[in-house]
Design a protein around this ligand. Structure first.
Ligand code: ITT
Length: 226
C-alpha cells in the first residue's frame, strides 16, 4: 500500500519536473468548444503548436453563441468570432455534424440538438436510428463534416474543413469517441469511429483532417504576430 502511494508520488514528481515552461513568445490559443470530446481530439491533434492551448473550462462564465447559420463553415466563423471578441484570445472553433443521404442531409447543422434543444447523444442516436428504420445498409451512406475557423478580435484569419465518409448501422459498437460515433461505420476499416483507438480516429476523421489542414496557417500567423 505504502509502496503504491510512493510510486504515485514519484510519478507526480517526475511529471512535474518534466513539464517545461513554454517560451515567453507563446500566446494562448483558445480551443472554443463546450464539447469535451472535441477538446480531447483537438488537444491531441494540435500538440506541438507554438502556443499555449487553453479551453473554455477556464471561462465558465461566457455565454454560448447563437449558431444560426445553415452551414458548418458559417457557424464555425460565428463561434470563433464570438469567443475571440469575448476573451480577446486567438480562438479556434469547430462546427461539425453528421449528414445522412437517406435523410436529405439531416441532422446536419442540427446534429447536437437533433432530439431536442438539450444535447443528449443517446436521444440523438435513438432518433437517427428510428428515422432510418427500413432503409437498407447500402442506402445508409453518411458523412461527418467539420469546419474550423481561427479568429482574433473581429477577424477570421484562417479556415479549413474535413469530411469522413461512412454508413449508419443500427447496433451501436464501441465506447471511444462521442456523439454518433457508435453508429458510424467506416467501411474500409470495418470499425465504427467509436471502436477506433483515438489515434486512428484522429488520423481519419473529419476533425483530424480539418485541424491538420489549418495547423500550418496557425503556425505561420502566430509566428508573424511575434
Ligand atoms: P460546441 O458548439 O460547443 O463546439 P457542440 O457539440 O454543440 O459543441 P456542434 O454544434 O458543432 O458542437 O455539434 C456537433 C455535433 O455533431 C456533436 O454534438 C455530435 O452530435 C456530432 N459530431 C460532430 N463530430 C462528431 C464526431 O467526431 N463523432 C461523433 N459525433 C460528432
Amino acid at each position: 500500500m505504502r509502496h503504491a502511494r510512493l510510486k504515485v508520488r514519484h510519478r507526480r514528481l517526475v511529471n512535474v519536473s518534466r513539464k517545461q515552461t513554454p517560451p515567453a513568445s507563446f500566446r494562448p490559443l483558445l480551443i472554443a468548444t463546450t464539447n469535451p470530446g472535441k477538446v480531447r481530439e483537438a488537444l491531441a491533434i494540435l500538440a506541438g503548436l507554438p502556443a499555449i492551448l487553453t479551453t473554455l473550462d477556464k471561462h465558465p462564465e461566457l455565454p454560448q453563441p447563437i449558431e444560426d447559420a445553415d452551414n458548418f463553415m458559417d457557424n464555425a466563423r460565428i463561434k470563433a468570432l464570438h469567443y475571440a471578441r469575448l476573451t480577446n484570445l486567438w480562438t479556434l472553433a469547430d462546427d461539425s455534424g453528421l449528414e445522412v443521404d437517406a435523410l436529405g442531409g439531416r441532422p446536419g447543422v442540427r446534429s447536437s440538438r437533433y432530439a431536442g434543444e438539450r444535447c443528449d447523444p443517446s436521444a440523438n442516436n435513438a432518433r437517427l436510428i428510428s428515422e432510418l428504420s427500413g432503409v437498407p445498409l447500402e442506402k445508409r451512406t453518411a458523412r461527418f463534416c467539420c469546419a474550423i475557423a481561427l479568429a482574433r478580435e473581429s477577424s477570421v484569419l484562417a479556415v479549413a474543413s474535413g469530411i469522413l465518409e461512412g454508413v449508419i448501422i443500427d447496433e451501436p459498437r464501441g465506447t471511444e469517441g462521442f456523439g454518433y460515433d457508435p453508429h458510424f461505420l467506416v467501411p474500409e476499416t470495418g470499425l465504427t469511429s467509436a471502436e477506433m483507438p483515438p489515434e486512428q480516429k484522429n488520423s481519419l476523421s473529419h476533425r483530424g483532417r480539418a485541424l491538420r489542414a489549418i495547423k500550418p496557417d496557425i503556425i505561420r500567423l502566430l509566428e508573424q504576430a511575434q
